[in-house]
Design a protein around this ligand. Structure first.
Ligand code: DUC
Ligand code: ZN
Ligand code: ZN
Length: 470
């Protein structure tokens, strides 16, 4: 049976255009966009007069149900994607992470099992490459065929996820040859390990020492090295969760020498600062994440980088742990505090209020950094991230003047605190649509677990010259 929905009179914003009009949805896809469309018989009509229509958000950095640092991230694919949906995000890309030396195909199967029957919006997976050997190399083409077209390497987490430079070069080369985009967690793991050891030896065990163990210089160094190695391999590089101007400067330098580098930041690095580590006693553990929060001056540079196009995406690195029972595992040693914050439900709202409404980015830039750019970079476009005939009917209909604020109580994250508690918001997702189905209205979830579909993503065009090529 044909299912139709008509969205009338909305102010529509994509990464490229702004216009007023009607959107006809048929069987989960956008069928037609025009100034005026008459409702077909039986179609559900949504009056979007006074509302703004954007492509549904695409968050390309989540960790749902991740076993990490002696515990498991509290949001699974159900609670995590419910929070995403209520907060205007209709696609997520999570990280499958194998054990050290383990099969990447097995990791992929494990992540499929975590998501199946639970996810309420569509999802894909990146593959973390925490090791490199002949068996892993042989599995790469199969993983790519299964729609995993991006890898992540950690230049931090020494002794756990970290790869060395030689492994990283092998991975970059194999990725390039298979149409895979490589991303990096850019912190120098040896610098961090050295600082951690000496801080603990000197009795500095509180969470206020977490940022001391993760200086911005370690991000600058790893970003620089990652880019030098990517250049040698002739491969593009995506920097995840950029937190500092030290890293941003390296990205700008690489661009000015003609390298293809793409960068992501997160709402926490744009809006929260390192004073939180000093003012909250052990509660500072709530904001222990890697990389850590930085100072205000660096934040302004990130906003400039976003506005000026040096940073293309805003994702969340959502990796949530309860304060009681998880974060407090590190009461006597900040190294044992599981790293990460809840954010997947807050990203779009924070970017709208503190980006668009504060005049830092335009509405089209908002559509670009929250949806179109991540969809393009990660092989999801134009089905995701756009509003065009033939694309999936994934839409965020924003009530632009609704004032509210973020609290633990109105958050859908499965944890006992909000990282953005008390943040004032102007603008609320009025209706969130995933493949033609309303999944949330004004922060109430209206979808069903398991309706989200796995998306096989397209390859990345990894073409380009090696450093020394003519
Ligand atoms: N950083 C975090 O804070 N949590 C999960 C992984 C990461 O890189
Ligand atoms: Zn990371
Ligand atoms: Zn992450």
């Amino acid at each position: 049976m044909t299912q139709e929905m008509l969205i009338k009179n909305g102010d529509i914003f994509t990464a490229a255009d702004s216009f007023k009009g009607d959107i006809l949805i048929r069987n989960g896809k956008i069928a037609e966009i025009a100034g005026k469309i008459s409702p077909p018989p039986g179609a559900e009509v949504i009056d979007a007069a006074g509302l703004e229509v954007y492509p549904g958000g695409v968050d390309v950095h989540t960790h749902f149900a991740l076993p990490f640092m002696g515990t498991v991230a509290a949001d699974d694919f159900e609670s995590g994607t419910v929070a995403a949906a209520c907060g205007g995000t209709t696609t997520i890309v999570d990280f499958a992470i194998p054990s050290k030396g383990g099969s990447i195909l097995e990791a992929l199967q494990a992540w499929h099992q975590k998501a199946a029957g639970k996810a309420v919006v569509d999802y894909g997976f990146h593959m973390a490459m925490v090791d490199y050997n002949d068996k892993i190399a042989a599995e790469i083409p199969r993983v790519v065929k299964e729609g995993i077209t991006s890898f992540k390497c950690f230049l931090a987490y020494k002794g756990a996820f970290m790869v060395d430079d030689a492994q990283f070069l092998e991975i970059l080369t194999a990725a390039k040859n298979n149409g895979v985009l490589v991303s990096i967690h850019a912190e120098n793991g040896d610098m961090l390990a050295y600082l951690m050891k000496h801080l603990i030896e000197d009795g500095h065990t509180g969470p206020q020492y977490h940022p001391v163990a993760h200086p911005a210089s370690a991000e600058g160094e790893a970003t620089h090295r990652g880019l030098v190695l990517a250049r040698m391999a002739g491969a593009p590089l995506y920097i995840v969760h950029l937190s500092s101007n030290e890293g941003l400067k390296e990205i700008k330098a690489a661009r000015s020498r003609g390298q293809l580098v793409l960068a992501e930041t997160c709402p926490q690095y744009l809006l929260l600062d390192d004073e939180l580590y000093l003012q909250n006693g052990f509660e500072a553990a709530k904001w222990v994440m890697s990389p850590p929060l930085r100072d205000r001056a660096g934040q302004n540079k990130l906003w400039d980088g976003l506005r000026d196009g040096f940073i293309q995406t805003v994702a969340t690195d959502h990796c949530s742990f309860n304060f009681k029972g998880q974060k407090d595992m590190g009461k006597d040693n900040f190294l044992k505090i599981p790293n990460g914050i809840p954010a997947v439900g807050d990203r779009v709202n924070l970017l709208y209020t503190y980006g668009v409404k504060k005049g830092r980015i335009s509405r089209n830039q908002f559509a670009a950094v929250t949806a179109a750019n991540p969809a393009r970079i990660f092989g999801l476009y134009p089905e995701k991230g756009s509003i065009a005939p033939g694309s999936d009917a994934d839409l965020l209909i924003m009530d632009p003047d609704r004032k509210w604020k973020i609290t633990k109580e109105n958050s859908h994250h499965n944890v006992d605190y909000s990282a953005f508690e008390g943040f004032e918001l102007e603008g609320m997702p009025a209706v969130v649509i995933s493949r033609g189905e309303v999944v949330a209205r004004y922060n109430k979830f209206t979808g069903a677990p398991g309706r989200g579909k796995f998306i096989k993503r397209r390859k990345f065009d990894t073409g380009g010259d090696r450093e020394n090529a003519a």
